[in-house]
Structure formats: structure tokens, C-alpha cells
Design a binder for this molecule. Structure first.
Ligand code: NAD
Ligand code: GLY
Length: 369
């Protein structure tokens, strides 16, 4: 049974929704059933998560309403499957279930499943309800909240997508018990991001609680998740479609997405790519005289403490990476826009950043930050 459940609201008028956080929530069908619209539920998950958690979720869902028609789609695991082909499988499953708009998709898994299932929900009959049940740390603190949904193309990550808010986010922190250590560490990159971009006190708290967090101590982990969700809920409520402030959540992402694509999806985890990307952005800021170099060192030290990489993988061509960065959604009229910072807790948008300065950071040449 769930204990010490916390609820955080994402305030978006008629589309507001709760983020419910607690251990054991998978067995508590109530928050999930409250969010279901219609007669059909399609649970989308993958071959790793299904054996661990599908039966519990399904039973909890079915317990309260035996008229609900529940279908299951189990996809292959991994970023390589966050594709239009997988979205087509979701559409086929909905068609097979004879679902119309009278249906809700439940995404059970990490960010790959959440982004993909959310994208399919945005498209099916021009938009149906969906619920996020994130099971990775990264998905709990970032991807499940805020309604960004997408699939990848060979040309780049998240190039096809939609803003489509979930009806609820249900975070069972107990699911983190089975998360591989490398995936947990990758999730902490996004946790550290919240401190780095806008909350120096949280950054300092992470420095103090790194050991407890890495040991998965429940209280520390739940505190960190709730803090990140609150910060993100506030930003999304103020800037749902990324006209301004929300772009700051992409600290490290322009570098990170390009590094992830250039090194081949799956070799760097998303969170690992973001860790490297944040250090590149911090180093670039220092090299451009916008931020103190000592803050880059503090960021690198914290990421390394969480076992995360902080330099681009060897063997990548910097100009290939820059070419991929130029595809980023934040760019305007062909001009590169990046999230840089003035130091810990102070991210900002920078337009027209000099390409030579970016190349220097990617190759490790130039001033040291
Ligand atoms: P993921 O979904 O691939 O999950 C990581 C691995 O952990 C997978 O192998 C998965 O099957 C496994 N797994 C999931 N839960 C588990 C559990 N409880 N126990 C054991 N194994 C488990 O990766 P991710 O890091 O969760 O998400 C990365 C994706 O999220 C990327 O595609 C990224 O673009 C996206 N993302 C989206 C947003 C957004 O705002 N929409 C934000 C950040 C990241
Ligand atoms: N992950 C960045 C955002 O949701 O805006």
C-alpha cells in the first residue's frame, strides 16, 4: 500500500493535472482510474518493464471497473524503438481494440515509452487522453511532466512530436528498486540540471546528499523527485509551449542531443549525453566570459560524483556534432541558440553563439573552464 503520498499540481486551467508521488502507487488503482477517460485503456509498455510491473498495474486498474476494456501493447526496449514505426503499432493496437476517442493510453515505462505513447495519444483521432506512469528516475523528474511528446528520426532526436499534456502522472518510487545503476545515474543528470539551471540551493543540497541518493535512500530520493516535479510544474504552468522560460530546461540538451545522435542512439544514455552537454554549455559560458570557471568545475565534480561522463566521447567529428546542433528546435532563422549560464542556478538563452567557440569546447581546445 502506498504511504506518504504527495501530490503536485500542474496548473494549466482546464487541462491541469496532478503528479502523484509515493511508494506502492502501482497497486493503488484510484489515482489511475480517476484519470481514465472512456471505455478503452491501452497500456503501452516494453519487454523489460512488462514482466516487472504490468500485472500489478493491470490488476489495480481492473479492480475498480470491470466494464473497462483493457488492451496491452508491449514494444521492444530502447531509444532505437522511439520511432514512427512504433507509433504505428500503437495506432494499430487502438484500431484493433475498436477504440475511438473513448480511450486512454497509459504509458508504463521510462521516457522512451512516455514520449512515444504520448505522441500516439496526441495523434489518435486528433488527440485522446493519456496517463504517464514513469518507471525511470529520468522519466519521473522530467519527461513524464509537461506534455512534450515525440519520436526520433534517423536525422535527429524528437524531430516529430506534439505538445500533449497527460491527464495525470503517477510516480511509484518503488519501481526505482529494479532500475539498473547506470540508468539511475543517468536520471540524476536531469536532477542536477534543475539545480544548475535555476536553483543554487537545490544544487548545494544535491552535493550534500549525493551518497544517500546513490544508495537509493527512499526519503532523499523522494525529496529530490518532488523538488524537480515542483520546479518543472511551475515552469510548464508559466510557459507551456516553450516561448521563453521553458527553454531553460534544455540546459545541455543542444550539445547532448547532437552527441547522442552522433554517437549512435543507444551508445550514450540520454542522461549521460545531457551530463556532457551541461558541462560543454558551462565551459562555453566560461570561455565566453559569461560565467565563473569555478562553477564549471563544481558542476563537473557533482556529475562525476554521480558516475556521469563530462567530456564528449573520443572519435566524434566536432563539425558533425555542430551540424546536428544546427537542427535543434530552439534555433531561429538558421541562427544557433543555446542555453548557457551565468553560473550555478542562473541559466539563460544565448543567441548567435560563435561556431568556433563551440568547436573549441567540443574538441577540448581553447581556454579552460
Ligand atoms: P528509457 O525509457 O529507455 O529507460 C531506460 C531503460 O530502463 C530501458 O531499458 C527501460 O526498459 C528500463 N526500465 C525502465 N523502467 C525500469 C525499471 N523500473 N526497472 C528496470 N528497468 C527499467 O530511458 P529514459 O532515460 O527513461 O528516457 C529517455 C528518453 O526520454 C529519451 O528518448 C529522451 O529524449 C526522453 N526525454 C523526454 C523528455 C520530455 O520532456 N518529453 C525529457 C527528457 C527526456
Ligand atoms: N525536458 C524539457 C522540457 O520538458 O521542456
Amino acid at each position: 500500500m502506498s504511504s506518504a503520498v504527495q501530490t503536485i499540481a500542474v496548473e494549466l486551467g482546464a487541462r491541469s493535472y496532478p503528479i502523484t508521488i509515493g511508494s506502492g502507487l502501482l497497486d493503488d488503482g484510484a489515482p489511475l482510474r480517476d484519470a481514465i477517460v472512456g471505455r478503452h485503456v491501452l497500456i503501452v509498455t516494453n519487454e523489460v518493464v512488462a514482466p516487472l510491473y504490468l500485472q500489478r498495474l493491470r490488476s489495480a486498474l481492473a479492480r475498480g471497473d470491470n466494464k473497462l476494456h483493457i488492451s496491452i501493447l508491449i514494444l521492444a526496449d530502447g531509444e532505437a524503438h522511439k520511432t514512427l514505426d512504433s507509433a504505428a503499432r500503437v495506432f494499430a493496437a487502438l484500431a484493433e481494440a475498436k477504440a475511438n476517442r473513448d480511450a486512454t493510453i497509459v504509458a508504463l515505462g521510462g521516457g522512451v515509452i512516455g514520449d512515444l505513447a504520448g505522441f500516439a495519444a496526441a495523434c489518435w483521432m486528433r488527440g485522446i487522453a493519456f496517463v504517464q506512469v514513469p518507471t525511470t528516475l529520468l522519466a519521473m523528474v522530467d519527461s513524464s511532466v509537461g506534455g512534450k511528446t515525440a519520436v526520433d528520426l534517423p536525422q535527429g532526436k524528437n524531430l516529430v512530436g506534439a505538445f500533449h499534456q497527460p491527464r495525470a502522472v503517477i510516480i511509484d518510487t518503488g519501481t526505482l528498486a529494479t532500475l539498473p545503476a547506470r540508468e539511475l545515474r543517468a536520471g540524476f543528470a536531469e536532477v542536477i540540471k534543475y539545480g544548475a539551471l535555476g536553483d543554487a540551493a537545490f544544487f548545494a543540497w544535491l552535493e550534500q546528499h549525493a551518497s544517500a541518493l546513490l544508495a537509493r535512500e527512499a526519503q532523499a530520493v523522494t525529496t529530490a523527485i518532488a523538488h524537480c516535479c515542483e520546479q518543472k510544474a511551475g515552469i510548464v504552468a508559466r510557459d507551456e509551449t516553450e516561448r521563453g522560460e521553458r527553454a531553460l530546461l534544455n540546459l545541455g540538451h543542444t550539445f547532448g542531443h547532437a552527441l547522442e545522435t552522433a554517437s549512435g542512439y543507444g551508445s550514450l544514455l540520454h542522461g549521460e549525453a545531457i551530463a556532457i552537454g551541461m558541462v560543454c554549455a558551462a565551459r562555453l559560458s566560461a570561455n565566453l566570459g559569461r560565467a565563473p570557471a569555478v562553477d564549471t568545475q563544481r558542476l563537473s565534480a557533482l556529475l562525476e560524483r554521480f558516475g556521469l561522463p563530462t567530456t564528449p566521447p573520443a572519435g566524434l567529428d566536432a563539425d558533425d556534432v555542430i551540424g546536428l546542433m544546427q537542427l535543434d528546435k530552439k534555433n531561429l532563422s538558421g541562427r544557433l541558440r543555446l542555453i548557457l549560464w551565468r553560473g550555478i542556478g542562473q541559466a539563460e538563452m544565448a543567441a548567435d553563439v560563435d561556431i568556433d567557440a563551440i568547436r573549441a569546447v567540443l574538441t577540448g581546445s581553447g581556454a579552460e573552464g
